[in-house]
Design a protein around this ligand. Sequence first.
Ligand SMILES: Nc1ncnc2c1ncn2[C@@H]1O[C@H](COP(=O)(O)OP(=O)(O)O)[C@@H](O)[C@H]1O
Ligand SMILES: [Mg+2]
Length: 195
Amino acid sequence: MRRKADPADRLELTELLGSGGERDCWVHPADSRLVVKTTHTVRRRPCQNDLDYRYHKWLARTGKLNPHIPKIVGWCHTQYGKGLVCERTLNADGTPALDLAQGLGDGRITPKFALTLIEEAFAVFFKNGITICDEEPNNFFCVRGEAGVRLVVVDGFGHRHRNLKTLLRNFISPLAGVKTRENKRRLVEFVRSFA
Ligand SMILES: Nc1ncnc2c1ncn2[C@@H]1O[C@H](COP(=O)(O)OP(=O)(O)O)[C@@H](O)[C@H]1O
Ligand SMILES: [Mg+2]
């Protein structure tokens, strides 16, 4: 029998970090190194939290987890319904990392540096047949870790749909490569517009 959610387990979300077309992203109330993603708009396709969760499982199962995609911890209950708990993009000193749109916009990240980070991260994606399905610059964060700066993609890894095409991309890495290359090209174009 399925256990009913205990209201005492429900997280009260108060600190909003950002919103996209489908989801709100909140600081986890019990651990500020984590975020909780809730859905604000139901689309005519599988819920993105479900797709991200499944893709993350596939990455784990196939040994493709890497530091350019945040870890997914699991599910929780919130006042906005089901939430997906994920690692937050924080620098090693605990400050929030900058995304490419912010950083390039106010000059804190140079186009040259952004291009270096993109090359490094996408080399890992191509090598592992990982699909990047969105080029939105505010999905890409520059995280200053102990071992240097790296690009982390918080949304737009994996798939937007669940069908034969997306399934094949997990098995035939050149197919994933076609999609990823197209989104990399658009992201690089955005970065070059600041040069
Ligand atoms: N792991 C994360 N760490 C920090 N901020 C995040 C994280 N994930 C998302 N965000 C912020 O929340 C915004 C919306 O989340 P996102 O997952 O992109 O929603 P959507 O799928 O609706 O586009 C992002 O653009 C980013 O600013
Ligand atoms: Mg987004």
